[in-house]
Design a protein around this ligand. Structure first.
Ligand SMILES: CC(C)(COP(=O)(O)OP(=O)(O)OC[C@H]1O[C@@H](n2cnc3c(N)ncnc32)[C@H](O)[C@@H]1OP(=O)(O)O)[C@@H](O)C(=O)NCCC(=O)NCCS
Length: 208
């Protein structure tokens, strides 16, 4: 029996669980710091919090952090690694990942997503439903490419950045670390570290 533990009992976690089962994992058990208030996540049990998972980490054939928040996901992954967890990488069978692409530990690629030749996707990334990551893109750790978002070739994305649902990024553009690209944005020039951009063309979001 191939057993997977998921840390993060969220809606995103359910999509990861579903993808993992489709990809050949035979059982999924959730852990979440909201336990025992949260004891079930959709079709799957929540067995304990992070501390509980750390005591049982070697029981599982794979462990993966299924928290949507990019920084939290990356931080939890490092805690699990330090505890000796076998970090899993999940690719839905209906995703298309080039044999010449690289996926880091703890990364998930959802149904309908495409990762093409020589793309390098870091650890603890999410390539969400129907997203595309084209040739030679380089994604650092903890990046989330949202559902239906598209990165053209040679795009660089810094650590723990989030490209929102349906966004498009022009080829060769750099997105800094900790940045947020709003839903539906069209990114045509570099986005600085920690910036939130939105619109077409994407501009920093101004709050008054
Ligand atoms: C960009 C984003 C992070 C901003 O969130 P926020 O800081 O809470 O901003 P607000 O919702 O308060 O909106 C602030 C202003 O920006 C505008 N705005 C928000 N998101 C926008 C977007 N994606 N494109 C254009 N304008 C946007 C709002 O209309 C609002 O304008 P106003 O001040 O004229 O009324 C968020 O709207 C977004 O796009 N998140 C991505 C969601 C996503 O990808 N979900 C997928 C989950 S898997």
């Amino acid at each position: 029996m191939k057993r997977l533990a998921l840390l993060g009992a969220s809606g995103h976690g359910k999509v990861v669980a579903d993808a993992a089962l489709a990809a050949g994992w035979q059982s999924v058990e959730f852990f979440d710091d909201a336990w025992p208030r949260v004891s079930v996540n959709g079709h799957w049990p929540v067995s304990g919090d992070t501390a509980a998972l750390l005591t049982r980490v070697l029981e599982f054939d794979g462990v993966l952090v299924s928290i949507g928040n990019c920084l939290a996901r990356w931080e939890k992954q490092q805690v699990l690694r330090a505890a000796g967890a076998r970090l899993a990488t999940v690719v839905h069978p209906h995703a298309c990942v080039s044999p010449f692409a690289r996926l880091g530990a703890g990364t998930v690629v959802m149904a309908g997503a495409v990762v093409t030749v020589d793309a390098a996707v870091g650890e603890a990334c999410i390539i969400n439903t129907g997203a595309t990551v084209d040739h030679d893109c380089v994604l650092a750790e903890g990046v989330h490419i949202g559902p239906g978002a598209h990165l053209s070739g040679n795009v660089i994305v810094g650590g723990c950045s989030w490209v929102g649902i349906g966004a498009a990024v022009r080829q060769g553009t750099c997105i800094g670390a900790g940045a947020m690209v709003g839903a539906g944005a069209v990114v045509v020039k570099a986005v600085g570290d920690g910036l939130t951009v939105a619109g077409c063309p994407a501009m920093p979001l101004v709050r008054i």
